[in-house]
Design a binder for this molecule. Structure first.
Ligand SMILES: [Zn+2]
Length: 353
């Protein structure tokens, strides 16, 4: 299958999903991140592209992740790739380095004997022995056997310190371009796209997903230092687990039987659990649970008593045109009557929020 055929197939799948409840628009794709509408010509014009749900490092170890594609507008795909995607992979490299004692890339290292000393600053390759806690600091040498990336004054002070054999404090800085908050945004973007891949427009059109999109779009904006959208631990956020999950991403529908708790979606991958809001048609849920959980009526009181959370793995996806009871649960999204913003080739300009 050629790339164009593949993109057309993705377009077909998204357009069909949309038509099921939004009949006025015929052949249209709406970017799940910026909500811009695109006609099929956008494939030729390269304004829509193949969007991987998961970044390369996950796709390399998981066939399941490799097979998850959605269409994205070229702008969103490009920025997501260089921001969240890149940072979540860097974060994993840093974590691996900490676990093995071989920090990823060369680092700025500060050494000092006393708290108020001016630190010796070296650009160095560091490794540490996890057993005896010893640290090796080394630098790239030039022809005169001087470190290439560190100032001569710092090297001289380092040699002096080294000869004295006194105990020192060592601070290893993270790589300069490391932005952990963008790594989080990368995981949340992947989880959101997995929700779209699995459940389609019915899921993302609900207003409860607006803050998620706003959060993702803020992470695209280089001028915003801190994301103003606060994560809501009830049903929106990311958690790191000690034991972790498989590299195969999994999407779960979570139903807590504790009064006042909301249902939510959860994506699991490696050490991360990412929660997304999931709003549904209230009267539909209980009949579905009665249908799919054997002996549910008998189990219900003890589930409530124990404040248990029941969860269901979601194996479906809208790219293959799957229909499932989640469609009934989500119902028909309420869509504003005004047309979606059209892509840049039309007269109107796009105004991103
Ligand atoms: Zn977009």
């Amino acid at each position: 299958m050629s790339k164009t055929q593949f993109l057309n197939r993705l377009f077909d799948a998204h357009a069909k999903d949309l038509q099921e409840f939004y009949a006025e628009e015929e052949d249209i794709f709406i970017c799940p991140i910026c909500m811009t509408g695109f006609s099929r010509d956008a494939i030729k014009e390269k304004n829509v592209t193949d969007g991987h749900v998961w970044p390369k490092s996950i796709r390399m170890v998981s066939k399941k992740a490799r097979n998850m594609h959605v269409l994205l507008c070229a702008d969103c795909n490009h920025v997501a790739g260089e921001r969240g995607d890149a940072q979540m992979q860097l974060h994993e490299e840093i974590r691996k380095g900490e676990e093995t004692g071989k920090p990823h890339r060369s680092r700025i290292v500060h050494l000092r004997r006393k708290q108020d000393d001016i630190p010796i600053s070296l650009n160095a390759v560091v490794s540490y022995n996890l057993e005896d806690k010893s640290i090796t600091v080394s630098g790239r040498l030039d022809r005169d056997a001087k470190w290439r990336d560190s100032r001569p004054e710092d090297q001289a002070r380092f040699m002096e310190l080294f000869q004295k054999q006194e105990p020192v404090d060592i601070l290893i800085h993270p790589p300069r371009d490391y932005k952990p908050e963008l790594a989080e945004a990368g995981w949340i973007t992947s989880a959101y796209l997995m929700g779209f891949y699995s459940l389609g427009y019915r899921f993302i059109f609900h207003p409860s997903l607006d803050p998620v999109r706003e959060y993702i779009l803020n992470s695209f904006d280089k001028t915003i230092k801190e994301n103003p959208v606060k994560l809501n631990p009830d049903d929106f956020g990311i958690w790191e687990q000690k034991s972790g999950h498989s590299a195969d991403p999994e999407l779960l529908f979570m139903v807590p039987f504790e009064l006042g708790k909301r249902v939510y979606l959860q994506a699991n991958c490696l050490k991360y659990e990412i929660r997304l809001p999931f709003r549904y048609r209230y009267p539909v849920l209980m009949p579905i649970l009665h249908r799919i959980i054997p002996g549910f009526a008998i189990k219900l009181p003890s589930l409530r008593e124990a404040k248990e959370t029941v969860f269901f793995s979601i194996p479906h996806n809208k790219i293959s045109g799957h229909r499932s009871w989640y469609d009934d649960l989500l119902g028909t999204p309420h869509i504003k009557r005004e047309p979606f913003p059209q892509d840049a080739s039309s007269e109107e300009s796009i105004v991103r929020q």
